[in-house]
Write a protein that binds this ligand. Structure first.
Ligand code: PLP
Length: 429
């Protein structure tokens, strides 16, 4: 597969270059030069394939020839080796649980896939890269876990000191080895500003081989397609599902749209937003206006200017009418989110996390408007990761999974820096 830059369509690279570079010049987004259609036989027999086989067939056209079939099979076997169960909540409402990976967030799949691709591409290079990420909580943990002990890669994670949950801090600071945590005396925006400054600093960037691990990277973005196939493998009804995706940077939902474009049957995509709903306004009006992010209980979705927005438009060939036929979007407040969480727990005995709860709300709203439809929402994190919000909504404690209790017994290691570029440079050594 060739990838073009959405800033300059004549600029093309292969999968390896796209993964190693992260983004094209002038911060262009890489996008597949074409979207390969599935043959009908694959889709008709979806239920008969193993998870690994599905992931292999879905991703193969996007990575060849940079990855051989054997190498892709090896990587996939380390990427989707946990469960992705579909559970029923109401008659017409299901959820696909994406939180059974090592850090209990759906980002595990993309981060693991990307780390293994990088490891392979750097195997003979005799050089190191440094993955530099700013995190408001969830991304950092998934990246730390995925890149831990990956040869040739150092990881530096910046997080706002005192502003991530205890569990999240444990996930960032207890690996050690090639994973370093820097607690920044500032907020998430300050962390992100430092990372941007580092990338813009040519000498530093070159010396450390800086690269990012967010959903801008095609390895992280496109590997998320597999969730939608896993959902269809388990979907029990004859009619195609409406699929609701809790969205922040729109990487996950955009991967689903790519799968749909290749032929996967999806009735409608529901882009579920919290109060940061610039995209919902776009779907209604056709005009997009980025806004500053506001803080909510579903904080991994607190994004005012989604970084994958242009990719979403590209899936629909930049035709607003086509997008509007296939996509709806709604925004919900934190109060509505916590109320939904409480209600579903009380009435159905199912505990959602605040991100999943936004997905649930958006799905319900669509199904009410369109009687006769049925759908699923993606549950993107384990409720224990957002213990405070869940306790506030339900009044009860969340049972900690064993892996998390183990984490609490480990020792945290981090260096603290002021939100100043000099401090970061010194810390990077
Ligand atoms: C990152 C994240 C999201 C948003 O995913 P995008 O691909 O950025 O839209 C939703 N829920 C959780 C729990 C997340 O960590």
């Amino acid at each position: 597969m060739k990838y073009i830059s959405l800033k300059d369509r004549n600029y093309t690279v292969d999968f390896e270059q796209a993964v190693v570079m992260g983004q094209a010049p002038e911060r262009g987004l890489f996008y597949p030069a074409h979207i390969p259609a599935h043959n009908q036989e694959f889709l008709q027999n979806l239920k008969s394939f193993s998870r690994e086989e599905v992931a292999f067939r879905v991703l193969q056209p996007f990575v060849a020839p940079s990855l051989s079939d054997d190498e892709l099979r090896r990587i996939v076997s380390e990427t989707v080796n946990f469960d992705f169960p579909l559970r029923q909540i109401h008659d017409r409402v299901f959820t696909l649980e994406l939180f059974h990976g090592p850090t209990m967030a759906f980002k595990d799949v993309g981060a693991r896939f990307m780390s293994r691709c990088l490891r392979y591409f750097l195997r003979n290079a005799g050089r190191k890269v440094t993955v530099l990420v700013a995190t408001s909580g969830d991304t950092g943990g998934a990246v730390a876990d995925a890149f831990y002990e990956v040869e040739g890669v150092d990881v530096v994670i910046l997080y706002p000191k005192g502003k991530v949950s205890e569990l999240q801090e444990l996930q960032l600071t207890t690996y050690g080895g090639n994973v370093r945590a820097l607690a920044v005396e500032g907020d998430f925006d300050a962390c992100q500003a430092l990372v941007k400054q580092a990338f813009a600093h040519e000498a530093l960037s070159k010396r450390l081989g800086l690269t990012s691990a967010n959903s801008i990277n095609v390895a992280r973005w496109l590997s998320q397609q597999v969730y939608y196939y896993f959902a269809l493998q388990q979907w029990p009804l004859a009619q195609p599902p409406v699929v609701s995706v809790p969205s922040g940077n729109f990487g996950n939902i955009c991967a689903g749209m790519v799968a749909w474009k290749r032929g996967l049957p999806v009735q409608k995509f529901v882009a579920a937003c919290n109060e940061n709903d610039a995209f919902a306004a776009y779907v209604t009006t056709g005009i997009f206006a980025a806004r500053p992010a506001v803080a909510t209980v579903s904080n991994a979705m607190d994004v005012g200017d989604p970084s994958n927005f242009l990719r979403v438009l590209e899936v629909f060939d930049n035709r607003y009418g086509d997008l509007k036929d296939q996509v709806v979007s709604f925004g919900f407040s934190s109060a509505e989110t916590l109320e939904a969480l409480r209600q579903v727990f009380r009435e159905k005995g199912y505990l959602m996390d605040p991100h999943g709860a936004v997905g649930y709300l958006a799905l319900r709203k669509y199904l009410e408007e369109e009687p006769g439809t049925a759908g699923l929402f993606l549950e993107t994190a384990h409720p224990a990761k957002f213990e405070d919000a869940v306790r506030k909504a339900t009044g009860s404690d969340v049972e900690m999974p064993e892996a998390m209790r183990e984490l609490a017994r480990k020792k945290k290691h981090m260096d603290t820096i002021r939100p100043q570029f000099d401090d970061l440079v010194e810390a990077l050594g």
